[in-house]
Design a protein around this ligand. Structure first.
Ligand code: ATP
Length: 234
């Protein structure tokens, strides 16, 4: 579904991605793991079109989208759930959700999608009139995900969805990701919570200093001495 080859990106004169190659198969969960600053967020933003690639190619469902505007990528079925959730704090839960459906292909079916999001996250329905900024961190993560689903994506990019969440909420986020995979969504997940992310991943990539250091099925990376030492504390 997504094929990235030779991706390079830079902030001003500082190059941070160096010829990154990875693929995301339809219906899979693909995970990017790596230390702080390894380049996970930059990859997510490059795929979403928020950071311009300085080299390489990004293909989505066979189409070269490397130079496509970010809003056109949303309309093509690609959606980023950003790190830090970034809900609109002064707006209600429902207003945040409705904003997720402003792209042309999402607009038509947005009432049905709202019901679908409420079915998946009953807490959001209970709190639909509440100001989003007053929700807990875990609830805001659900809201950010719900808002993303409103765009009817085929590929969901989730950047560190468990950052700053209590263990019980971390578990819930991973359960939600599994449910979304079962429902047919394709997911690219960036995570520091390496163990759970690798257990879940159909395929995983370890990033180090803007390069892919290791890749394979999640279970292979879980068993790798390098990953166990550096990321699982074993
Ligand atoms: N807006 C920016 N301007 C300049 N440098 C940046 C900017 N954003 C990120 N960087 C740098 O790019 C590199 C990769 O950062 P990135 O945020 O992609 O890493 P990450 O793997 O997502 O890290 P984290 O897990 O801490 O979010 C880092 O060295 C970072 O300091």
């Amino acid at each position: 579904m997504l094929s990235v080859t030779g991706l390079r990106a830079a902030y001003g004169p500082v190059q941070v991605l160096f010829d990154v190659d990875f693929d995301v198969a339809a219906g899979s969960v693909t995970t990017l793991i790596g230390a702080n600053g390894a380049g996970k967020t930059t990859i997510m933003k490059s795929v979403a079109g928020l950071v311009s690639a300085t080299g390489g190619t990004i293909r989505f469902e066979g189409r070269d989208i490397t130079r496509t505007a970010s809003h056109d990528r949303v309309d093509a079925g690609l959606c980023l759930i950003p790190e830090g959730r970034l809900v609109f704090p002064g707006m209600t839960v429902e207003q945040n959700l409705r904003l997720g459906a402003i792209a042309p292909r999402a607009r038509a079916g947005h009432s049905g999608m709202l019901q679908e999001v409420f079915r998946r996250f009953p807490r959001l329905e209970e709190r639909r009139a509440q100001q989003a900024g007053l929700m807990s961190g875990g609830e805001q993560q659900m809201l950010a995900l719900g808002r993303g689903l409103m765009a009817r994506p085929r590929l969901i990019l989730m950047d560190e969805p468990t950052l700053g969440l209590a263990p019980v909420m971390v578990k819930q986020v991973f359960e939600t990701i599994e449910e979304l995979r079962t429902a047919g969504f394709t997911i690219l997940l960036a995570e520091q919570n390496a163990r759970v992310a690798l257990e879940l991943a159909d395929r995983a990539y370890l990033l180090e200093n803007g390069r892919v250091a290791l890749s394979g099925p999640g279970s292979d990376l879980l068993g790798s001495p390098e990953v166990r030492r550096a990321y699982l504390g074993m």
